[in-house]
Design a protein. Structure first.
Length: 411
């Protein structure tokens, strides 16, 4: 099954004919942590029509006991078989929309927030494409399966086996993703010991965010099957590189060159949006070291910048790569706020500041004083977000309140 878009009838038929025993209805909380509820095939028709109720009071940010029931309605287009489950009595997964008991959209459903952002862009004739790159570490597990902080290998950037012991695990991850209809573009060992990166081809924002969620599940599952564990935290080893969630994005409207406006919009709003891109205290320990950005700058080549414009021969491959987000971010929310920032740049015809073509890690203090920095802590990022009129316009107040509760949420 490739990543085609399925209709309700096709999903019903597939489940009936292919010995599917369990259907996982997947969704995530406002912080991007995936949850799922399994139903049997006989529940599927009801799920598509009305949604399946679940107790939302137990899920962070989803309400209290007084409004505890919400409904999951699966999106048939996202059907995928879980290849690590047996062929007999198959398990399939669909991502869901979250509804209130009255059938309205639930305000803190971040997948819906992204869909709305895409729709607003489309109304202005703008279409976006996203290509996520997510880094992670592989650590050994102990004799009884407990997590250790011992890296799975000591290899370096783009090393090969046998030094890079993660190679077989990465290959298995890529093959599993392909079976689920996701096309990984490249995979390699990263700078840190046991650190890996897998990049995706660009696709529409909703598919790219769904794929990023699937990716985290696949990596954790395949790692566990290989007796190791996958860590997506931003700074797992203090003196080694942190893990980034680099987001490549491009915007198109007829034959206009929108990239300068996109870059300008991102730079204009990134400080007040950082709490959504870097939602844990550890996120801020990563900034400013080992290829992780710290200053609000952009450049065509240099990897020390916040926004890099990778070299591309063909116009359709021209994109901006935002290097500050990390893998604790909720992909739906991250992509939604970046679309809104880019759209603002396009609407207002903003132009980016001058390009910085030098290495910011080795630059003098006087040079760096010319640039604004990213927030230095979760608390500062949350404050900037709460004071932002822009954020108030693009996100529901319930969600702003949840991300603004400094220090209460830790990963």
């Amino acid at each position: 099954m490739g990543s085609m878009s399925y209709s309700v009838n096709e999903v019903m038929q597939y489940v009936a004919e292919e010995d599917v025993k369990f259907i996982r209805l997947a969704f995530c909380d406002v912080f991007g942590r995936q949850k799922n509820l399994s139903v049997m095939p006989e529940e599927l028709a009801r799920a598509f029509e009305y949604g399946i109720p679940f107790d939302a009071s137990a899920i962070e940010g989803f309400g209290d006991e007084s409004s505890s029931d919400l409904f999951l309605r699966p999106d048939p287009a996202t059907l995928a078989v879980l290849p690590w489950r047996p062929d007999h009595g198959r398990v399939v997964r669909m991502y869901c929309d979250i509804l209130t008991p009255g059938g309205e959209a639930f305000a803190c459903d971040t997948r819906r927030i992204l869909r709305e952002a895409v729709r607003r862009a489309a109304e202005e004739g703008v279409s976006f494409r996203f290509g996520p790159e997510m880094e992670f570490y592989l650590f050994k597990t102990g004799e009884t399966g407990e997590r250790t902080s011992v890296p799975f290998d000591e290899a370096g950037y783009m090393d090969i086996a046998p030094d890079d012991r993660g190679e077989n695990v990465r290959r298995e991850i890529c093959l599993t993703l392909e079976k689920m209809g996701i096309a990984p573009e490249a995979s390699h060992h990263e700078m840190g010991p046991g650190q890996n990166e897998i990049d995706f081809r660009a696709s529409d924002p909703l598919s790219a965010a769904d794929d990023a969620m699937t990716f985290r599940t696949v990596v954790r599952t395949v790692a566990a099957q290989n007796g190791v564990w996958a860590d997506f935290s931003p700074k797992p080893i203090e003196d080694r590189p942190g893990s980034g969630f680099h987001i490549n994005l491009s915007a198109a409207r007829r034959d206009e060159d929108l990239l300068p406006c996109v870059i300008a919009g991102l730079l204009e709003h990134v400080r007040e949006l950082t709490v959504f891109l870097n939602p844990s205290e550890a996120s801020y320990a990563r900034f400013g070291r080992d290829k992780a950005p710290r200053w609000l700058t952009w450049s065509r080549e240099n990897r020390s910048q916040l926004i890099r414009v990778p070299a591309a021969r063909q116009a359709e491959y021209r994109r901006a790569e935002l290097r500050s987000p990390d893998p604790t971010a909720n992909p739906y929310l991250a992509f939604a706020v970046l679309i809104e920032a880019a759209l603002d740049g396009i609407r207002r015809g903003l132009t980016p500041p001058q390009e910085t073509n030098f290495n910011l890690y080795t630059a003098s203090r006087e040079t760096l004083a010319r640039f604004d920095p990213l927030p230095e802590s979760y608390g500062e990022a949350a404050r900037l977000m709460k004071q932002s009129g822009f954020v108030g316009e693009i996100l529901p107040p319930e969600l702003i309140a949840l991300y603004g509760r400094v220090g209460e949420w830790e990963f």
